[in-house]
Design a protein around this ligand. Structure first.
Ligand code: ATP
Length: 322
């Protein structure tokens, strides 16, 4: 009996890294719990937390890790458990953000890596016309990002089959296809303790990041221990042809007037009609959404490359500023 449990999604990514992760986990004495169908990883993580495991690691992509965090959180186990990630998905953004470089390295990090208290994002949403029902809806945590608009709707269109065949290119392909039919998002955004209005208009996308930095930001890794969410709203620019060379640079360049950036601990978003939101790559439909930071909510095993307070290289000596 071991109290180090690996919650394992055999369907993540192209399957090759998962097979390798399983072999290493068994060799190193982990109790491997394999999911059999969608949603199973959440239940397996709940079970592991109820059993009082001291380490619970997720082998999969960001979606699997999200379910593991949700499962442990649902059992109130985040304070007692160290979480970790073994990157076996297609994109593995979060693993990258915490300095985990590959499958074997992930097991070294679980054994010897620093334990850091990382923030979580927490979201409530409703697809109903009135926002009144929000208070009664359960909050769902996210570790990496919450997004809506073009990127979210495009990644919803990247099928598991395409991801297996094409890897991250499946997302690129899906974005190119989606740009032709994308309808701008009519959004009202309020933020901060006083819920001040910060943005109204037609957006191309709204990105709320915890572990990840977004358009025009030069550092790859966000500050995950500052108790704040990184928010970027990109105004819709229907005239821009996304298929032309340099379009992405023009859209995302630092200081561009169509980008609004905020760092806040609380955000409220109202869309004119229900739209798809991605939470760590898993999709929900919502019209009203509230996001809050939960400072230091998870104890996570991080690699040597993880930087608790990243410095923007364009501003030497200054800590991470919005
Ligand atoms: N055995 C399983 N069969 C099918 N789906 C599963 C299984 N176990 C977990 N899932 C589902 O897989 C999704 C998570 O996939 P995950 O994000 O880890 O992989 P990915 O899509 O390959 O990677 P990425 O997020 O990096 O693109 C979750 O919705 C989860 O419920």
């Amino acid at each position: 009996m071991t109290d180090r449990i690996l919650v394992f999604n055999p369907r993540s990514g192209d399957g090759k890294r998962s097979a390798c992760a399983r072999a290493i986990a068994e060799e190193r004495g982990y109790d491997v719990r394999e999911s059999r169908e969608k949603g199973d990883t959440l239940e397996l993580a709940r079970e592991a937390a109820r059993e009082g495991a001291s380490v619970i690691a997720a082998a999969g992509g960001d979606g699997t890790l999200n379910e593991v965090v949700r499962g442990v959180d649902a059992e109130g186990g985040l304070d007692e458990t160290t979480l970790g990630v073994v990157p076996c998905g297609t994109g593995n953004d979060f693993a990258d953000n915490v300095g985990v470089r590959g499958v074997e390295h992930a097991f070294d990090v679980l054994k010897n890596g620093r334990r850091r208290g990382l923030d979580l994002g927490s979201v409530r949403w409703t697809a109903e016309e009135s926002a009144d029902s929000l208070a009664g809806t359960p909050a769902r945590p996210f570790l990496n990002s919450c997004a809506c608009g073009l990127t979210a709707e495009a990644s919803a269109g990247a099928t598991r089959e395409a991801k297996r065949r094409l890897g991250v290119l499946a997302y690129v392909l899906s974005t190119l296809q989606r740009t032709r039919t994308f309808q701008g998002l009519q959004l009202d955004v309020r933020a901060g303790p006083q819920n001040d209005p910060v943005w109204t208009g037609e957006a191309l996308m709204l990105l709320v990041g915890n572990g990840r930095r977004f358009p025009g930001e030069r550092m790859r890794q966000a500050n995950m221990e500052d108790g704040l969410l990184n928010v970027v709203v990109v105004r819709n620019r229907p005239a821009l042809n996304y298929l032309t060379e340099g379009a992405a640079d023009r859209l995302l360049r630092r200081g561009a007037s169509h980008l609004t950036r905020l760092k806040v601990d609380h955000l409220e978003v109202d869309a004119s009609v229900p739209r798809q939101f991605s939470l760590d790559g898993e999709f929900v439909e919502g019209r009203h959404l509230r996001a809050d930071a939960r400072p230091g909510a998870v104890r996570f095993a991080v690699g040597e490359g993880y930087d608790p307070s990243p410095v923007d290289p364009t501003r030497p000596g200054r800590p991470d500023d919005a």
